[in-house]
Design a protein around this ligand. Structure first.
Ligand SMILES: *[C@@H]1O[C@H](CO)[C@@H](O)[C@H](O)[C@H]1NC(C)=O
Ligand SMILES: *[C@@H]1O[C@H](CO)[C@@H](O)[C@H](O)[C@H]1NC(C)=O
Ligand SMILES: *[C@@H]1O[C@H](CO)[C@@H](O)[C@H](O)[C@H]1NC(C)=O
Ligand SMILES: *[C@@H]1O[C@H](CO)[C@@H](O)[C@H](O)[C@H]1NC(C)=O
Length: 335
C-alpha cells in the first residue's frame, strides 16, 4: 500500500469510528425554521451583508427569506418565466423544469446581489431587492447545463465558482444518478467582469459542493458518490491542478467556509444494505482545517437521522443545517 492509500484508509476508519462512537459530539436544536407548507428542501442557506436571513431555495422554485417574527417569506425566484401556478410544487416534479429549483445560494456582499445555482436554469443572479432573476450561464461550450448544484463566491474578486452535479442526469433523476455512480460532473468559474465562463474540472463523481479557501488560493469540491473532496489550486505553483483533499466514509454534500478559514462539510454515511432497502443514515457536520485535518465531528442524527443533510454552516456563533428532504432548516447550539 502506498502512503497516500494508507492515509486514506486511516482517515476512512477514523471517520467511521467517530460517527459510530457515542463520544461523537451531539448538539441541541435551538430552533426549527419551518418552510410554508407544503414546501420542502432548504438545500442551501445564505445570509445577506446585514446579517439577515437565512435565505433558502424551496421545491417550488422560490427563494425565501427568513424573518424572526414572520418566518419565511418570498424573496425571489430563479425561472424567468415562473408564474403562480408553480406555487406549492413538490420536489422532483416535472414542472420544476419550468418553475425552477434553486439549490446553492451565496451573496456577493460587495454588490448585495444573490447568486443561485438552479438545477434547471444554471447560474442565476438576483438584484439586491430580490424579485426577477437574470440568467448568467445556462450553456457552457455549447452544451446546456443539466443539473447545476452548488456555488461559492470569492469575496475579494466577486468571481463565482459553481458546479454541475452531472451532465447526464437532471435532479428529477437523482436516485438513478446515484445508483449509476455518475461521474460527469464539472466545476466552473464565472467572471462577472467579463461574463466569461471557464471549465476548471470535468469528470467529477457528482459535484455536490464547492467552497473557496480564505486566501483565495484553492477551491474544495465534493464528489458525492466517490466519498471524497478534491482540491483545485487557483494560485501558486500548482495552479490549475487538482488533487485528492480528503477521502471519507460517507457522502459529502455542500461545503461552507467559516470566518476562521475552516470548512464545514455536510456528510451522510450510509450503513446497512444498499437502497431501495432501508439503510441507516448518519448525518454529520464535519469541520476540517485547510490541511484536511478533522477539527470536529458533530452528529446530527437526532434531528436528521432518516433523511440526511445537504449543508451545514456556522453563522453568528451557531450552526445552521439544511436538507433537501425535509421542510425545515435548523439552528443548533454551538458545538
Ligand atoms: C447576527 O448577528 C447580528 C449582530 O449581532 C444581528 O444583527 C443579526 O440579526 C444576526 N443575524 C441572525 C440571522 O441571527
Ligand atoms: C404558468 O407556468 C406553468 C408551468 O411552467 C405553465 O404550464 C403555464 O402555461 C403558465 N401559465 C401562464 C398563464 O403563463
Ligand atoms: C454581462 O451580462 C450582463 C447581463 O447579462 C450585461 O448587462 C453586461 O453588459 C455584460 N457584461 C459584459 C462585459 O459583457
Ligand atoms: C490556468 O488555466 C487558465 C484557463 O484555462 C489559463 O488562462 C491560465 O493561464 C492557467 N494558469 C497557469 C498558471 O497555468
Amino acid at each position: 500500500m502506498s502512503n497516500i492509500t494508507m492515509m486514506m484508509v486511516v482517515y476512512a476508519i477514523f471517520i467511521f469510528f467517530l460517527l459510530c462512537s457515542p463520544s461523537s459530539i451531539a448538539v441541541t436544536v435551538l430552533r426549527r425554521l419551518q418552510l410554508p407548507s407544503p414546501l420542502t428542501g432548504p438545500d442551501s442557506l445564505a445570509f445577506d451583508r446585514n446579517g439577515a436571513g437565512p435565505y433558502t431555495g424551496a421545491s417550488d422554485g422560490r427563494i425565501l427569506k427568513y424573518f424572526p417574527n414572520d418566518g419565511f417569506k418570498e424573496y425571489a425566484y430563479t425561472s424567468p418565466t415562473r408564474n403562480k401556478t408553480c406555487d406549492g410544487l413538490a420536489d422532483f416534479s416535472a414542472l420544476q423544469a419550468t418553475c425552477g429549483r434553486p439549490l446553492g445560494l451565496s451573496f456577493n456582499h460587495q454588490t448585495g446581489e444573490l447568486y443561485a445555482a438552479d438545477a434547471y436554469f444554471g447560474l442565476v443572479k438576483i438584484g439586491p431587492n430580490g424579485g426577477t432573476p437574470t440568467q448568467l450561464v445556462g450553456t457552457v461550450q455549447g452544451t446546456p447545463l443539466k443539473f447545476a448544484a452548488a456555488l461559492d463566491i470569492d469575496p475579494d474578486t466577486g468571481i463565482v465558482y459553481f458546479t454541475e452535479a452531472s451532465s447526464n442526469y437532471q435532479i428529477r433523476d437523482y436516485q438513478t444518478m446515484i445508483d449509476k455512480r455518475d461521474s460527469s460532473g464539472s466545476l466552473f468559474k464565472y467572471d462577472p467582469s467579463t461574463n466569461h465562463t471557464t471549465v476548471l474540472l470535468r469528470g467529477l463523481a457528482v459535484a455536490s459542493g464547492v467552497a473557496i479557501s480564505r486566501d483565495g488560493s484553492f477551491l474544495l469540491v465534493s464528489e458525492l458518490v466517490a466519498n471524497r473532496v478534491r482540491r483545485f489550486w487557483l494560485k501558486g505553483p500548482r495552479t490549475n491542478q487538482s488533487e485528492l483533499f480528503w477521502q471519507l466514509a460517507g457522502r459529502p454534500e455542500n461545503i461552507k467556509r467559516n470566518s476562521r478559514g475552516q470548512f464545514w462539510v455536510a456528510v451522510n454515511s450510509y450503513i446497512g444494505p444498499s437502497p431501495p432497502q432501508r439503510v441507516l443514515i448518519i448525518p454529520a457536520a464535519i469541520r476540517v482545517n485547510e490541511n484536511g485535518l478533522i477539527v470536529q465531528v458533530v452528529n446530527l442524527m437526532q434531528e436528521y437521522g432518516s433523511e440526511g443533510i445537504s449543508e451545514v454552516q456556522e453563522f453568528n456563533g451557531t450552526l445552521y443545517a439544511g436538507s433537501l428532504k425535509v421542510s425545515y432548516a435548523s439552528i443548533f447550539t454551538q458545538p
